[in-house]
Design a protein around this ligand. Structure first.
Ligand code: DX5
Ligand code: ZN
Length: 218
């Protein structure tokens, strides 16, 4: 079954407790938390304080997506405040292996995120070091963008590489997922979908989750 990770980037922060409670009650599987630093991407969002708040509001696993430079300087704080999964961008680090090993050593699951222009081939050697690979289907930096179709092929390539080598690595897709795009990624073999606007900008987030869930059942 495909897991659903609503991105709180699209939530109403004046009412974060209610927003998180609604998606948790609707049966989502994870909470996706988009951290941006104004350097790796132009926008600035939030940091460990919000991870700590989400951790106190919810029992869901916290899936923290770091769109920041020098993530190695911050991972400990994110894990201390409750991050269960930390994904770092492969484009943001010189030595991904040492950062990924640190994430695991500190007790979280380690993920690698790939920008739409980053080839899959360059990260295949990292598969043994990670629990998750986060495939960006929009350019990172903001919610509500249009899904890039060519990402389907990338997911298929990764799925095959992971299955062929019998590894336990989940494939997550992030950006522009909605009822019109979710089936393409489900067919390509994704394990986790992130959805921001499609859930939190819907008049009924619980039904939006139910609809996405239904569409992933092939
Ligand atoms: C983009 C973020 C995504 C995004 C998803 O930089 O990583 O998580 O907010 O939002 P939607 O689903 O609205 O594209
Ligand atoms: Zn994200």
């Amino acid at each position: 079954m495909v897991e659903i990770a609503p991105s709180i980037l699209s939530a109403d922060f004046s009412n974060l407790t209610e927003q998180i409670t609604v998606v948790e009650r609707a049966g989502c599987d994870l909470l996706h938390i988009d951290v941006m630093d104004g350097q790796f991407v132009e926008n600035i969002t939030f940091g460990p304080l919000i991870v700590d708040a989400a951790n106190r509001i919810s029992d869901l696993p916290l899936d923290v997506h770091l769109m920041i430079v020098e993530p190695e300087r911050q991972i400990e704080k994110f894990i201390q405040t409750g991050a269960d999964i930390i994904s770092i961008h492969v484009e943001a680090v010189q030595e991904p292996v040492s950062v990924l090993r640190d994430i695991r050593r500190l007790g979280a699951l380690a993920g690698v995120a790939l920008n739409p222009d980053t080839e899959v081939e360059g990260v295949l050697t990292l598969l043994g070091e990670i629990d998750l690979i986060l495939v960006m289907s929009v350019y990172p930096g903001m919610g509500g963008q249009r899904f890039i179709d060519s990402v389907g092929q990338k997911i298929e390539t990764l799925r095959k590489a992971i299955d062929d080598s019998n590894l336990d690595v989940k494939v997550e897709v992030d950006g522009g997922i909605n009822p019109s795009t979710v089936q393409l990624v489900a067919r390509a073999g994704v394990d986790i979908i992130v959805a921001g606007d499609a859930v939190f900008r819907s008049p009924d987030p619980a039904s939006a989750i139910a609809e996405l869930r239904k569409l992933t059942i092939l």
